[in-house]
Design a protein around this ligand. Structure first.
Ligand code: AMP
Length: 286
């Protein structure tokens, strides 16, 4: 049975009661418009804990003034129906008024440096909005585990740092990106794409796979790798915001000659729609 909880008080009471009964709680924070990627997080959460809470909250704090807060897809009835079929036992669905009774939050949680690079360049304030709402959710629910998607690698890294820096007793777990058969990473924002854009969008992952082929063939030049990805994307007329070749833990730019695990992360624009993707390259032992 999926319980829908709309107030902080009710959510906190339910979570406290589960804790009292000795249950472990896993939290899956989302903005709704749920797809198989979100459901993979719910499955992982269920492997980590016996009580799974999914939150659906389109967090105004993480949208810039010219971003898509108003048109962000909201499909609550469908989301609830999807969750009823899965392992979640509670859906936390607060209003903006419930989460920010004063309109804005005076207290902002910022993971300083990591929030200003990569996606943070084009989206100032975005990650501060994310970490602030995630910190609030952690305080409301007090989960043992929180599950995030690797599709948003920078977000996952930032949340891991926040937990470490603030000594939060929450274990942060990442889940691999779920993709369409075309390779396109599932995203609520894919709904914005026209048919034509949807056909072009798999070029993002194709570019990352091409880089992976080069990596496996022994290529270790950062700029060659970056160019391989950029060329694949721009070849189909997609405009690249950035392609970065970085250390997967620190997100700092890799040295010119790559060694050890390497993340290639990108953001691109198809019309007004901004999509992100990434791939982790690791040394294989053969
Ligand atoms: P969102 O609702 O877009 O804020 O995403 C909520 C959570 O789902 C985040 O932790 C995302 O990283 C994760 N997520 C979104 N898309 C995918 C995907 N295609 N595969 C795996 N996780 C995803």
């Amino acid at each position: 049975m999926l319980e829908v909880l709309e107030t902080i008080e009710a959510m906190r009471a339910a979570a406290r009661e589960w804790q009292r009964q000795g249950h472990r709680i896993a939290l899956v924070p989302t903005m709704g418009s749920l797809h198989q990627g979100h459901l993979a997080l719910v499955d992982q959460a269920h492997r980590e804990a016996d009580r799974v809470v999914v939150s659906i909250f389109v967090n105004p704090l993480q949208f810039g003034p010219n971003e898509d807060l108003v048109r962000y897809p909201r499909t609550f009835d469908q989301d609830r129906a999807r969750l009823e079929e899965g392992a979640a036992c509670a859906l936390f669905y607060p209003s903006a008024q419930e989460m920010y009774p004063e309109g804005r939050s005076q207290t902002i949680v910022v993971v300083d440096h990591l929030s200003r690079i990569l996606c943070g360049v084009a989206r100032p304030g975005h990650f501060a909005g994310v970490t602030t709402v995630v910190a609030k959710l952690f305080n409301i629910i007090e989960p043992d585990v929180a599950v995030f998607g690797e599709k948003d690698w920078q977000q996952l890294t930032i949340v891991k740092h926040m937990v470490r820096d603030l000594n939060s007793p929450v274990r942060v777990v990442g889940v691999p990106t779920v993709r369409e058969t075309s390779g396109l990473a599932l995203s609520s924002r894919n709904k914005y794409l026209s048919l034509e854009q949807h056909e072009a969008a798999p070029a993002l992952y194709r570019g990352l796979l091409r880089a992976q082929e080069h990596w496996r063939a022994g290529e270790r030049d950062r700029e060659v790798m970056r160019q391989v990805v950029t060329d694949s994307i721009t070849a189909v007329g997609i405009s690249c915001e950035y392609v970065a070749v970085v250390d997967p833990d620190t997100l700092s730019e890799s040295p010119r000659t790559l060694s050890g695990p390497t993340l290639i992360a990108l953001a691109a624009h198809l019309g007004k729609t901004r999509l992100i993707d990434n791939i982790l390259l690791e040394e294989t032992q053969d």
